[in-house]
Design a binder for this molecule. Structure first.
Ligand SMILES: *Cc1c(COP(=O)(O)O)cnc(C)c1O
Length: 351
């Protein structure tokens, strides 16, 4: 099979240089005679990997010592539960934005855990085709925390601004736009992301947490679900996803080599602009499905006409024949979607 252009949302394309480097080191890592996947997580070889990965992430995102960088498991979906487990405060409400499927799943877990959820944005009326301006949200200063999903992978919307939450910790699901653009980490209480959309393979979840928030956790939360457990043991309380962390280290090395997050942001903006221009310039043949101001630079969602299922099916088949895979929309919304995540090979869209 020839190499194809991969538009899957996640797991998604990784930089080719990273894939080749992993291949080169796969069976004999740095001459030790076996692979890093086969190394003990307590050994100095792996310690170097996890420490360098953390140092890379701190450098790329400008993360201060007030924050911990954790490598956990269970995906973004486990964070939907860990956040309320650790941050709910009895008698206080929490604010969530409703921007579609991923917010619904997060709110569901908060409610299971007794959270009194109030909406700071409700996108249900417009069927999540718009998400509004987060900087205009009214934040009750008595909330235990405010929760947002920054990029809505399924609907193709992405916040261009973040809310001002004052002393209320802001929790952000950045699963599908992590490290795609500069972010002022000091404005957030927790940032989390399953790696597989933008920064590595499935199996490792990156969590950036302001240290003081870990002490909120009530006594009846099990050990593995407490952020403090993983902070105290530097993500080595139990066996971490070692190969995923190794891959994330390679991806972050690659990002630094490229010029860091401002450099990848520039590429992301260029490739998204090119794709949206093609959709908008098609005289209505293709139609973007979201409000123009809220368009995602990671997941470009579109339809043929008003949603011509037969033609869209044909489009998916012809795209595949032309060497472009993964352009079918998410099953929850249908239509078409090109995910052009951070690591998508830019050359693929340049032509
Ligand atoms: C994919 C995704 C998730 C779920 O991640 P898992 O790692 O599969 O649990 C959560 N939030 C967003 C925005 C996503 O795109």
């Amino acid at each position: 099979m020839e190499e194809v252009y991969n538009f899957n949302a996640g797991p998604a394309v990784l930089p080719k240089a990273v894939m080749l480097k992993a291949q080169e080191e796969f069976v004999n890592y740095h001459g030790i005679g076996y692979g890093i996947m086969e190394e003990s997580h307590r050994n100095a070889n792996f310690e170097e990997v996890i420490n360098s990965c953390e140092a890379n992430i701190r450098k790329l995102m400008g993360i201060s010592d007030d924050y911990e960088v954790l490598f956990l498991q269970g995906g973004g979906s486990t964070q939907f539960a860990m956040v309320p487990m650790n941050l709910l405060i009895p008698g206080k409400k929490v604010g969530y934005c409703d921007t579609g499927e991923w917010s619904h799943k997060a709110m569901k877990e908060a409610k299971i855990l007794g959270g009194d959820v109030e909406l700071v944005y409700d996108g249900s009326a417009c069927k999540y085709t718009a998400i509004g301006d987060a900087s205009a949200w009214k934040i009750n200063p008595d909330y235990a925390y405010v929760y947002m999903c920054c990029n809505n992978t399924i609907y193709g919307t992405e916040y261009q601004n973040y809310p001002q939450t004052g002393d209320v910790p802001l929790v952000a699901d950045m699963s599908s736009d992590m490290m795609s653009r500069p972010v002022d980490v000091s404005k957030f209480g927790i940032i989390f992301a399953g790696a597989q959309k933008n920064i590595g393979p499935a199996g490792v979840t990156l969590v950036i947490i302001r240290k003081d928030l870990a002490s909120r956790c009530p006594a009846n939360i099990p050990t593995m679900f407490r952020y403090s457990t993983h902070i105290d043991k530097k993500s080595l309380f139990n066996t971490p996803p070692t190969f995923g962390i190794y891959m994330m280290r390679l991806v972050t090395d690659w990002l630094i080599g490229l010029g860091g997050i401002p450099a990848i942001q520039k590429l992301n903006e260029e490739k998204a602009a090119k794709l949206y221009a093609a959709i908008d310039g098609s005289n209505g043949f293709f139609r973007g499905t979201t409000a123009v101001a809220d368009r995602s630079k990671m997941n470009v969602c579109f339809r043929i006409g008003e949603g011509d299922d037969a033609l869209e099916k044909k489009f998916v088949a012809e795209a595949k024949a032309a060497g472009m895979v993964g352009v079918k929309g998410h099953r929850a919304v249908g239509g078409l979607r090109a995910s052009i995540s951070t690591q998508c090979r830019w050359q693929a869209l340049k032509g």
